[in-house]
Design a protein around this ligand. Structure first.
Ligand code: CLF
Ligand code: SF4
Length: 483
């Protein structure tokens, strides 16, 4: 374990239950304050475009467009589009009509549903007829839902007017390189104007088309998120330049996502032994991108048929034909949920504002905390039930969410296996504290033996509140220790 940034012993001295009082300057209101009101209105309920929204609002993907016009070295066509989705996953393929019926069925059961996206399995824009029909049907049935589209961008330019007319306000383009020599290492070929292109010619054409699409979308006030797959040894050093470039072209958000690579995925990179980055390497590249386009750090690399809150998918609940597709739709539950979210957000913002003042007076180095949360922006999950940990950083500037780390769900009587716990410990080498609602004795012992500090809080405080309280406790403990 690397050296912690603060004397950890001081935290053991003063840990108290987190009181509902503290949060830094990076809570939900800080995110809203950083954007013009008209842009905040477009993103505040989008779980990917607003970090604060992902605790409250769900997205749903429908897999309707399986064809693709390029080859990425991290993709195996048997599976979903790895530009937006987790590799090695096969999603349920739907017709546009079945997809729209499923959206209605999900919206009926999931009041959190705010966004419908098409993100693979192939390129959603290359197969434009199916994508367009699907979005038109969804728009007709549930006009309040936000429509979202993800693409490699090669065939996008011809469809930007359609995209604007359909009211698709959020588009993701995957841009992995702005240097054709690097692009050629990622894309063995593209299919464009009825022929196959390879090498740097292919990368050059792809980039030119992506940039033209990006500019055309921005000109129509469509918010563009750029995804970049971080491929160690290929584009890791290059991504800060990509970040600055896409910002200059008007991208709203940049999502640097880790390559997920394994030989069993059957991808070129997987078979060549190109590995994915560690959590720490990903964080370092994201940090190096500071100053350019806004960074998304909460991406979960969803399935192409994902349903639910980010990190809490529910596709098995909705597999197969929806039984209630033609039943009357009750909008009240969805409206009630949004009212509840407004109250909850206001409450969280009030706590954040109150705590920001207190945090600013703490003269201690930055502190990273791994938090177990299952939504709502609260510490409300047992360690043994967590499949991922939210990483926050606290300093005098407040509480910031800086990423998440996947861990295995090892809750079998809160025992866990040694290998699973080792994997969890490995992703926390730069994070000294775990904050959870509860933890079993076996994982507690293992994590503590690795030097981690475990803090339990079963009062479901806001993440920011609890994190800021721990930071303040650190100061109190340090002062007590030094007399
Ligand atoms: Fe889907 Fe993508 Fe729209 Fe979100 S996902 S099409 S922008 S609604 Fe989000 Fe999932 Fe990451 Fe994509 S967490 S993989 S960024
Ligand atoms: Fe695969 Fe998506 Fe790349 Fe097409 S664009 S090759 S589906 S990762």
């Amino acid at each position: 374990m690397s050296a912690p940034v603060i004397p950890l012993e001081s935290l053991r001295v003063s840990r108290a239950k987190a009181a509902p009082s503290a949060c830094g300057g990076c809570g939900p209101s800080a995110e809203a304050d950083s954007l013009p009101p008209e842009i905040w209105a477009k993103v505040k309920d989008h779980p990917c475009y607003a970090e604060g929204a992902h605790a409250f609002f769900a997205r749903m993907h429908v897999a309707v467009a399986p064809a693709c016009n390029i080859q990425c070295n991290y993709c195996n066509r048997k599976y979903d589009c790895a530009n937006e989705s987790r590799p090695g996953v096969v999603s349920e393929r739907l017709t546009p009509e079945a997809a729209a019926a499923k959206v209605v069925a999900v919206a009926r059961a999931v009041p959190e549903l705010a966004v419908v996206g098409i993100a693979g399995p192939g390129d959603a824009v290359y197969d434009w007829a199916r994508t367009k029909t699907t979005f038109a049907l969804v728009r007709e049935r549930l006009p309040e839902l936000t429509l979202c589209l993800s693409s490699n961008g090669l065939a996008m330019l011809e469809h930007v007017d359609d995209i604007a007319e359909l009211g698709i306000g959020h588009v993701t383009l995957t841009i992995n390189a702005i240097d054709p020599a690097i692009g050629a290492q990622i894309y063995p070929w593209i299919f464009h104007q009825h022929r196959r292109w390879t090498g740097e010619d292919a990368a050059r054409i792809l980039l030119a088309r992506q940039v033209a699409a990006l500019e055309a979308l921005v000109a129509r006030d469509i918010l563009v998120k750029v995804n970049s797959v971080l491929i160690p040894g290929v584009n890791d050093q290059h991504l800060p330049a990509v970040n600055a470039f896409v910002k200059a072209k008007g991208a709203f958000l940049h999502n640097v996502m880790p390559l997920i690579s394994a030989p069993e995925h059957g991808t070129a990179f997987g078979l060549q032994g190109v590995r994915g980055p560690t959590a720490q390497e990903l964080a370092a590249v994201q940090d190096a991108c500071g100053g350019g386009a806004r960074l998304m750090r909460h991406c979960r690399q969803c399935r192409a048929d994902a349903i639910g809150l980010l990190g809490a998918d529910r596709p098995p609940d909705f597999a197969g034909e929806p039984e209630t597709a033609d039943a009357p739709f009750d909008h009240q539950a969805r409206e009630d949920y949004r009212c509840w979210v407004e109250v909850e957000r206001a409450d969280r913002e009030a706590a954040a504002a109150e705590a920001a003042l207190a945090t600013r007076t703490v003269a201690a180095p930055a502190l990273k905390i791994a938090v177990c949360t299952k939504g709502g922006g609260r510490v409300n999950q047992h360690f043994g039930q967590a499949t991922e940990l939210t990483i926050v950083e606290v300093d005098q500037a407040g509480v910031r969410r800086v990423g998440h780390r996947r861990i295995d769900n090892h809750c079998v009587g809160c025992t866990g296996t040694e290998a699973q716990l080792d994997a969890a410990i490995a992703v926390l080498t730069d994070v000294p504290i775990v904050l959870c609602a509860k933890i079993g004795p076996v994982p507690r012992r293992a994590l503590e033996a690795a030097g981690l500090i475990i803090i339990e809080d079963d009062t479901a405080p806001y993440v920011e509140t609890a994190a800021a309280q721990i930071y303040r406790d650190h100061l109190a403990g340090r002062d007590a220790a030094t007399g």
